[in-house]
Design a protein around this ligand. Structure first.
Ligand code: NAI
Length: 441
């Protein structure tokens, strides 16, 4: 059984409220941290090996150490709660059931970074969660954990919740900052990174909800103890939101030493695939990461078992491996049609492209159009090559990674399931009545 650090109290009734959270030891990590110096906290975070839980896996301690500190310029912590990656709903779970864990993590992080005004930017569709967060903020403030002179330390901190308008692009950190400033959420060129020029051109750390929540156990048990959990550079625990063709969809906390096979089939996690169906493929890190067929999902290219961690999932690079990403684990059984699935994702990226970069604006729509044609049985063999060509011309040629995120699923689908695309071209009459999965798997 995986060790639980974040969700250990999630089942306790009333844990959303300060009184119950305190009874479970809540805010003792903050009390401990506020007696440490900011540099000591930073050292703990670096030692923990925590990697950003939003998807990129960038080392959190390193990001914090990049924060510029020009004299007299305010600095900010911004929590990215714009969780919009299809298949990803772990941050929603954290905020809904454990809002004080996030607030406590923000208090410790704000103190370490020197942020007196910190923000939570939350996606518009999570319409009921800002009230939960604001209630927790009010409770924390009334108890002296936020506001002026927190616990008599002289440190002041306010936290504000900002609702997004429901655009996927606003999860990209610089688009998020633009939106927070009241502008249209168009991504900025990087560098400069937000750590140097972020919100209102001030040094800003943008971190995912889960990353900030993880600061609490890191301070609680120490960075060194946190680093002992997991394996290699995949330290600590990770939240996975599991969905698709599995018996037990939900949010699971894993310690990154379990295999993909164990995660899918064991009763503790996904509980296997309904109706005894065969596993066809999986997208383990949210819709942006490459789809992997079952044979490669359960074994690495070297024939080793594939583990649920950053290194093992990426084994083989983009040609055969995939990514841990945001931990949105989507399972496809033998009846699913990869072409239809890829077309659905292409429609999403086309709809969500901000339109700033030509390859993304034009390419996502073009890919969607071709995929729709192929899926309906109206495609030609050349369309598959054209699709390949378009995705290659998008990847790496846009300001933000939305272009890559739109290109990779198409590339991986063609690379691993070309026969399925060809079946659609060769069997136009069957496309209307059945899918490749049902016909051939
Ligand atoms: P990135 O690799 O560009 O940056 C990661 C973080 O490290 C950023 O905060 C960046 O500012 C910081 N960073 C990198 N180099 C730095 C430097 N030299 N100095 C200072 N800071 C530096 O990746 P990005 O664009 O932040 O995230 C992409 C990932 O987001 C994708 O791989 C995808 O998995 C994930 N994603 C997650 C979503 C969700 O809903 N959770 C939605 C869409 C994508």
């Amino acid at each position: 059984m995986s060790k639980k650090l974040l969700l250990k109290d999630a089942h306790i009734e009333g844990i959303r409220y300060l009184e119950t959270y305190r009874k479970q030891g809540g805010y003792t990590a903050a009390e401990k941290a506020l007696k440490m110096t900011p540099d000591e906290i930073l050292e703990e975070v670096k030692t923990s090996g925590l990697r950003g839980r939003g998807g990129a896996g960038f080392p959190t301690g390193m990001k914090w150490s990049f924060l510029a500190k020009p004299e007299g310029v305010p600095r900010h912590l911004v929590v990215n709660a714009d969780e919009s990656e299809p298949g990803t709903f772990k941050d929603r779970y954290l905020m809904e059931f454990l809002p004080h864990l996030l607030i406590e993590g923000m208090l410790i992080s704000s103190y370490c970074l020197g942020s007196n005004v910190s923000y939570i930017y939350i996606r518009g569709e999570y319409s009921w969660i800002p009230d939960i967060l604001e209630e927790a903020i009010d409770e924390a403030k009334a108890a002296g954990f936020l506001g002026k002179n927190i616990l008599g330390t002289g440190f002041d901190c306010e936290i504000y919740v900002q609702r997004g308008g429901g655009a996927y692009i606003c999860g990209e950190e610089t688009a998020l900052l633009e939106s927070l400033e009241g502008k249209r959420g168009n991504p900025r060129l990087k560098p400069p990174f937000p750590a140097v020029k972020g919100l209102w051109e001030r040094p800003t750390v943008v971190n995912n909800v889960e990353s900030i929540a993880a600061i609490v156990p890191i301070i609680d048990i120490t960075g060194a103890e946190y680093a002992k959990i997991g394996i290699g550079r995949s330290t600590g625990t990770k939240l996975i939101s599991a969905c698709g063709n599995i018996n037990k969809p939900g949010v699971y906390e894993i310690d990154m030493t379990i295999t993909v096979e164990e995660f899918i089939y064991s009763e503790e996690y996904c509980g296997g695939i309904p109706n005894g169906k065969k596993l066809k493929a999986c997208i383990p890190g949210g819709s942006s990461v490459p789809i992997v067929p079952a044979n490669l999902l359960l074994k690495t290219v070297n024939g080793e078992p594939r583990y649920m961690n950053y290194e093992s999932l990426a084994d083989g690079g983009f040609a055969t491996g995939t990514m841990m990403g945001s931990g949105g684990f989507i399972v496809l059984d033998e009846d699913q049609c990869v072409v239809e699935h890829t077309m659905t994702l292409a429609r999403f990226y086309h709809h969500e492209s901000c339109g700033q970069c030509t390859p993304c604006r034009e390419g996502t729509g073009w890919m969607h159009k071709i995929l729709k044609k192929i899926e309906k049985g109206e495609g030609k063999m050349e369309d598959i090559d054209l699709l390949w060509d378009i995705q290659r011309k998008i990847e790496g040629n846009t300001i933000c990674p939305l272009g890559d995120a739109a290109a990779w699923p198409v590339a991986a689908a063609i690379r691993h399931f070309r026969d399925e695309f060809e079946w659609h071209v060769k069997n136009p009459e069957l496309c209307l009545t059945q899918n490749y999965g049902l016909a051939n798997y």
